[in-house]
Ligand binder design. Structure first.
Ligand code: GDD
Length: 408
């Protein structure tokens, strides 16, 4: 892969936000590349370095009622050395869609010669593991993990941690282009290679999202939700720096990856608010506005890379209610942040009223559920509670684990 270094970096407390990076070549040629050097604006990332990262990377695929053919395509796009973790919240009644997903994953693993983990979000063992570890905020009235994409991602992150993975990447299960999935994961790895910090995150800005408009394909660049979230996050940053900025281009990036060190130390927010909240919580914890609960990490730098993919992103399109839900949740997490100034709060509230996100007689926007950093969870307790499950057995037996996840 050949990509540029961020042309512009904005520093905010301990955080370095890199501007959008362009990919010049998906494959920079055989044997190409020495290790990247900070003096070269365009970096050729060596194959062997990408593969070294893949071996240490878990790819988490959150699934809820997606077509099996789509999931199979996504699986085929994940580079072989990565550990696949599927977290499904698909219904088991009247048709057991989860067992169909298990079957499909099993066939895939048999054909390609590797193993993967699959877990249902409502698995009582997982719920008990969270409960015994004292992480009860993730459990609903029935004592099971709440619905929601973020909640599924948290389960996946815990399993990746137990598998000892250093990098954790996410890809949606509804992607029509396996080649795009592969590209995102290469970009995650490339970002980690150029990163100087063990607390880093790579967020993908889609090159375009094709739509049919007037019987022709139109390659739209920015979705309305993303534009709105980016604008609010940029205003939040500008409020403190005093300089208007457009640095945030990936406010809602569903496709993103984090080092385990960062993933385990930030807080999370429910559903689709998880991605904008990454930025908000990193600003809260490491931006230097509030006292950091993690002064040791504050002494290091937190690096955020934003890479523009080359493949168009074609996925199952949600309806207007779904789009509104994502926009509303992003607005809620920014609004309720203790670092959100009154001027931005007023702006969000006016917009929320206009869009009917809050009724005229209501004073406040709703709050999204919030989950503390996963680093607080005792891994041994968690592992004990899932020990009898197929995924728990794989994780518990580290020797099997190592062998099973070898590259064949
Ligand atoms: N485990 C689990 N649990 N997975 C879920 C759940 C859930 O409750 N809800 C949705 N998913 C899965 C979907 O099956 C899909 O694989 C992925 O999460 C994304 O959900 P979508 O509902 O398809 O989201 P989207 O495509 O409209 O939005 C995506 O892009 C946005 C940026 O434009 C998401 O990744 C958003 O998070 C992102 O902000």
């Amino acid at each position: 892969m050949r990509l540029e270094l961020p042309k512009n970096v904005e520093r905010f407390g301990a955080i370095r936000f890199g501007d959008l990076q362009k990919v010049f070549e998906l494959d920079a040629g055989p044997g190409n590349g020495s290790m990247p050097s900070a003096t070269q604006a365009i970096q050729a990332i060596p194959h062997r370095e990408l593969y070294a990262i893949f071996k240490n990377m878990a790819i988490i695929i959150p699934v809820r009622s997606e077509r099996l053919k789509l999931i199979e395509g996504v699986l085929s796009g994940v580079p072989h050395p990565c550990l696949i973790i599927v977290v499904s919240n698909s219904p088991i009644l009247p048709i057991d869609r989860f067992s169909m997903e298990q079957d499909a994953l099993n066939d895939f693993c048999n054909f390609v010669g590797k193993s993967a983990l699959i877990v249902h979000q409502k698995d009582p063992n997982i719920a008990r593991a969270f409960e015994k570890a004292g992480y009860t905020g993730i459990l609903d009235e029935q004592g099971l993990v709440y619905d929601g994409k973020a909640e599924g991602m948290l389960i996946g992150t815990m399993l990746a941690r137990l598998a000892g993975k250093k990098y954790i990447g996410f890809v949606d299960a509804d992607n029509y282009f396996p080649g795009a999935v592969e590209e995102y994961i290469r970009e995650y790895a490339a970002g980690f290679i150029i990163s100087q910090s063990k607390y880093s995150m790579v967020r993908i800005a889609w090159h375009s999202k094709p739509k049919i408009a007037e019987s022709k394909l139109f390659f739209r660049k920015w979705g309305r939700t993303t534009s709105n979230t980016n604008q609010l996050l940029n205003k939040l940053i500008a409020h403190y720096t005093g300089y208007e900025t457009e640095i945030i281009k990936t406010g809602n990036a569903g496709e993103h990856a984090l080092t385990a060190d960062l993933a385990l130390n930030i807080d999370y927010s429910a559903g689709y608010s998880i991605e904008p909240y990454h930025i908000v919580n990193i600003l809260e914890k490491f931006g230097g506005i509030l006292e950091s609960p993690l002064p040791d990490i504050m002494m290091k730098s937190i690096e955020i890379y934003q890479i523009e993919s080359r493949n168009p992103h074609l996925h199952e399109a949600g309806d207007q209610t779904h789009i509104d839900e994502m926009r509303r949740e992003a607005m809620q997490v920014i609004y309720h942040s203790p670092i959100c100034p009154d001027s931005i709060k007023r702006e969000i509230k006016t917009d929320a009223l206009k869009r009917g996100f809050i009724g005229t007689n209501k004073i406040e926007l709703d709050r999204c559920r919030n989950f503390p950093a996963l680093s607080s969870i005792d891994t041994e307790i968690f592992l004990q509670e899932i020990a009898s499950t197929p995924y728990g057995r794989l994780l518990a037996d580290r020797s099997v684990t190592r062998q099973e996840w070898r590259i064949v």
